[in-house]
Design a protein around this ligand. Structure first.
Ligand SMILES: [Zn+2]
Length: 414
């Protein structure tokens, strides 16, 4: 019998094969790039729907373009357990960030289906269409629709080609006026569980396949601009300069030092200098800042310290700092009862005292947190590498994740 004939047997090798297949559904042949509401998104939804159907689920595309599969419970009226992750990717992505969580959730349901087992509650597996936000610049559109926190101001967001979100909805065959129908009634939801690669090095370094998430760090993003005075690179004496790039350079070093001291992560990922010529002193330097921490208090304290340090240096150098906040998301903590379920799941694989990890990356669970309780299972990835084609997981770790995710779901019956 071929694998395809064994419609309901989905082992770790099959989960990985499905992630590999999704990796071929891309805007750019040879690399993985799958954005929200694109033809490759539709292809990923179709492939995922077929796998969901083979696992005994009824499937549909929801009003925001997420693919959903429902496995009925013994009591169809009982609140539903949601399992999911995202199917979109960053440009030149790996194959596991997002899809692995969706494929594991389908494999868990496939096991129930194979045994002819109904849990007391229904399960809905969701493949979210947008988590990364690479097409319209706003993240978590798929999960925010499901959480009922869709913001009508997003309709006018445009992609790089100038296509608005409204137009993209219509092209995808969706009715923008019905997006609210993707939202769940919180009273009708049992909770949300998500499996995801760690995207950090700690599990691999500890020699453990699995971990449980303690919180998702909230990111604060700013655009900082330091203004000085442009001038002739030969004519202006060193002691009379107001060099904006020197100010920005000191800022980058202060940001790194303070983040280390205050147990945060802080990144300057983009910098631009004006006027931008080899023989002109920089008059203006503009750079991004992304700050994250386990708690909002810790993150805000780090940001205040960063601001103070930059202000002080700017004053000494007669530079002017201006700050624009571009993004802010609160830190989110999981629900203890669902964390216990994930712990029970990992314990079922032989690890009674699982590693507890702060997620410094954002996840769909952050958006779902507005609607229901959540918890997350992390899976080791090679070298902690993610958002890169070298992203890798082992079949043994995925097999452990499948056992743990199944045990976590079943533990909720009690
Ligand atoms: Zn992800």
């Amino acid at each position: 019998m071929t694998r395809a004939d064994q419609a309901t047997a989905v082992d770790a090798a099959e989960v990985l094969a499905r992630c590999d297949h999704l990796g071929t559904l891309t805007a750019v042949p040879g690399i993985v790039h799958r954005a929200y509401l694109t033809p490759e998104h539709a292809a990923a939804n179709a492939a995922t729907a077929a796998w969901m159907a083979a696992a005994g689920m009824d499937t549909w595309t929801d009003a925001a373009g997420n693919i959903v599969g429902r496995y009925e419970g013994a009591d169809p009226e009982a609140p539903v357990l949601l399992l999911g992750s995202h199917l979109d990717t960053v440009p030149n992505a790996g194959r596991y960030d997002g899809p692995l969580g969706v494929m594991l959730a389908i494999a868990v349901v496939a096991r129930l289906h194979e045994r002819g087992e109904r849990l007391p509650f229904p399960i809905e597996v969701i493949g979210f269409g947008d988590e990364e936000g690479t097409r319209f610049g706003s993240t978590l559109l798929g999960s925010r629709a499901v959480a009922g926190t869709w913001d009508p101001r997003w309709w006018e967001l445009r992609d790089a080609e100038g296509v608005t979100l409204v137009e993209a909805f219509q092209t995808f065959g969706l009715d923008p006026s019905r997006v609210g129908e993707a939202a769940h009634d919180p009273q009708r939801v049992l909770g949300y569980l998500e499996a995801h690669i760690e995207q950090g090095p700690y599990l691999e370094e500890a020699g453990r396949p699995l971990g449980v998430v303690s919180a998702i760090a909230g990111a604060h993003r700013f655009q900082l601009t330091i203004t000085g005075k442009a001038g002739h690179a030969g004519g202006v004496p060193m002691d009379r300069r107001r060099d904006a790039l020197v100010g920005a350079s000191q800022a980058v070093l202060d940001i790194e030092r303070l983040a280390r001291e205050m147990d945060c992560v802080a990144t300057v990922g983009m910098i631009e200098v004006a006027p931008g010529a080899a023989n002109v002193i920089p008059g203006e330097a503009s750079f991004s800042l992304d700050v994250r921490a386990a708690t909002d208090e810790g993150r805000d304290a780090c940001w205040r310290a960063i601001q103070d340090a930059i202000q002080e240096f700017c004053q000494e150098r007669r530079l002017v700092l201006s700050i624009e906040e571009t993004h802010s998301a609160p830190a989110e903590a999981p629900a203890p009862r669902l964390v216990d379920a994930v712990r029970a799941g990992i314990a079922a694989t032989g690890d009674d005292d699982p590693l507890v990890l702060l997620s410094k990356a954002g996840h769909d669970a952050m958006a779902i947190a507005a609607m229901t309780d959540w918890a997350m299972l992390f899976i080791a990835c090679a070298g902690g590498v993610s958002h890169h084609p070298a992203e890798a997981v082992t079949e043994a770790d995925v097999a452990a994740a499948l056992d743990a995710f199944e045990a976590a779901v079943v533990s909720l019956v009690r």
